[in-house]
Design a binder for this molecule. Structure first.
Ligand SMILES: *[C@@H]1O[C@H](CO)[C@@H](O)[C@H](O)[C@H]1NC(C)=O
Ligand SMILES: *[C@@H]1O[C@H](CO)[C@@H](O)[C@H](O)[C@H]1NC(C)=O
Ligand SMILES: *[C@@H]1O[C@H](CO)[C@@H](O)[C@H](O)[C@H]1NC(C)=O
Length: 456
């Protein structure tokens, strides 16, 4: 009797163990080899460190061509191009990454790795060759990179080509207004853009408007205490972001990433963040060369981490921050002022940062979902409009173009473009908006006093 029971228990034990190990291996992971993937579609989902080239509208798109209309003015708010990491990242990343590289290779050499979803030999080879680029030192923190220069220069060339009536002729101070924030990366972005328009030899003759110290046009969020307080609130334990980070979906994702790399324990947030940032930066600096740090994440993992990023931006800079709808008041009023009249500068270019793009989209009422992003609706929001990778990659830009049309009632029309794709609004005809309708939709920015309004 006892003997029989013992045997029975052993069998149960064996079955349970088999089930457990199957459960573990079935959640980790998809079979995936980054090096051999010709598409690497996940590189379109690196949130605000997504490369502009993989997100922007097509060079050959004809969306700018409007029948019976000629473009006459161009106004653009643009984020700096691809940059180097900031100071704290440059200091913290190399030791963490060197250690991870060595341990991952050791884990695989000793076959401490999962049964399914193994890293492929090609991806491991990327690790063998990887080292931190010694040129990236704190002296150059957040500087624009070569790719970042190219982002802005080629953007300018495409826009000049599309709107040749507006960008006609050589530079003249009274026709162009440029302004950038007080950073190397936005100043260099302006220069790259100007080079794309006028050529390298004209660079020294092109002037910029000096911004005031408190530049509420380009960086309103730096001078609004309510914005700063809200940003802190996103770290509270009951925020949607914090709840998502504690959710089974997210914690399992980090566990799977760790398992796949051969770790017995789940990696720390600092380690995961270092790999995620190294992946996104390296891929944005060098579009064609696969980064070993991206091979760490399967497409499923990237979608989950992107959602975590989106939750943060949604509650910081978008519709999740109820007080944010007037934050971009000065930029909106400026756009309306320039677009509402025939005279004045024909081209306006403002070189700024990712948050400025996001809050401007909110003021426009663009890319709004019917439901808020929350910790518990990841799956139902898979088709959401608010995707920070699409809205605010490196070199993200909103362009507003004024057209003069053969329409006796409404000759002035505007078209809005986000990253070179038409922005559609319910109150416009396929993206082409009557000026009177624009003036009505955004009347609070035309009539109001932005100094009083922008920060609630
Ligand atoms: C570092 O900078 C030097 C000089 O500009 C350059 O020759 C070298 O290729 C750079 N190294 C890397 C890894 O980019
Ligand atoms: C935005 O400004 C308008 C006009 O001043 C005001 O009615 C509205 O309440 C403001 N919205 C927020 C969120 O402060
Ligand atoms: C724009 O104005 C024209 C009048 O010329 C009108 O026919 C058209 O319906 C308006 N479009 C929208 C989307 O309001």
């Amino acid at each position: 009797m006892t003997h029989c029971f013992l045997r029975f228990s052993v069998i149960i034990l064996i079955i349970t163990t088999v089930q457990l190990s199957q459960a573990r291996s079935s959640t980790c992971c998809d079979d995936y080899c980054y090096s051999l993937d010709p598409d690497r579609t996940q590189s379109k989902h690196f949130a605000t460190k997504t490369a502009y080239e993989v997100v922007r509208g097509s060079s050959t798109s004809q969306e700018h061509v409007v029948r019976h209309c000629r473009p006459s003015k161009f106004w653009m708010l643009v984020r700096h191009g691809t940059r180097l990491p900031g100071k704290s990242d440059i200091e913290s990343m190399p030791p963490i990454l060197n250690d991870l590289r060595d341990t991952i290779l050791e884990n695989y050499a000793h076959q401490i790795s999962p049964k399914r979803g193994l890293m492929c030999a090609q991806d491991l080879d990327l690790f063998k060759q990887w080292q931190w680029d010694k040129n990236i030192t704190v002296q150059y923190e957040s500087f624009l990179t070569d790719q970042g220069w190219d982002d802005l220069k080629s953007l300018a060339m495409r826009e000049k080509d599309r709107f040749s009536e507006v960008f006609d002729g050589s530079y003249a101070e009274q026709r162009y207004l440029f302004r950038h924030t007080k950073t190397q990366r936005t100043e260099a972005s302006f220069k790259a853009f100007a080079e794309g328009l006028f050529g390298e030899e004209s660079l020294d003759s092109i002037s910029t408007e000096p911004g005031p110290n408190d530049d509420v046009l380009l960086k309103p969020y730096d001078f609004c205490p309510a914005y700063t307080a809200n940003k802190e609130k996103i770290k509270d334990p009951d925020s949607e972001l914090s709840k998502f980070v504690r959710s089974p979906l997210y914690t399992q994702t980090l566990a799977d990433i760790s398992t796949r790399l051969g770790f017995q324990d789940v990696l720390t947030t600092d380690q995961i963040d270092a790999m995620w940032n190294a992946c996104r930066f390296e891929q944005a600096w060098n579009l064609r060369q696969p980064s070993p740090w991206c091979s760490v994440f399967t497409k499923t993992h990237v979608n989950v981490i992107e959602y975590k990023e989106d939750l943060n931006y949604y509650y910081q800079n978008s519709y999740g921050y109820a007080m944010g709808s007037n934050l971009s008041c000065h930029a909106m009023a400026d756009m309306m002022k320039h677009m509402g009249r025939e005279d004045g500068e024909q081209v306006v270019g403002y070189f700024t940062h990712e948050s400025a793009i996001q809050i401007f989209l909110v003021a426009l009422g663009a890319t709004k979902d019917t439901e808020d992003l929350r910790a518990d609706n990841y799956y139902s929001m898979r088709q959401r409009q608010f995707v920070s990778s699409d809205l605010a990659p490196f070199a993200a830009n909103v362009a507003v173009v004024r057209y003069e049309c053969d329409d006796p009632v409404e000759p002035t029309k505007l078209k809005f473009f986000l990253n070179e794709k038409t922005l559609k609004f319910g109150w416009c005809n396929r993206g082409l908006c009557n000026w009177s309708e624009v003036a009505y939709q955004y009347r609070r920015f035309l009539d109001g006093n932005c100094d009083e309004m922008y920060c609630g």
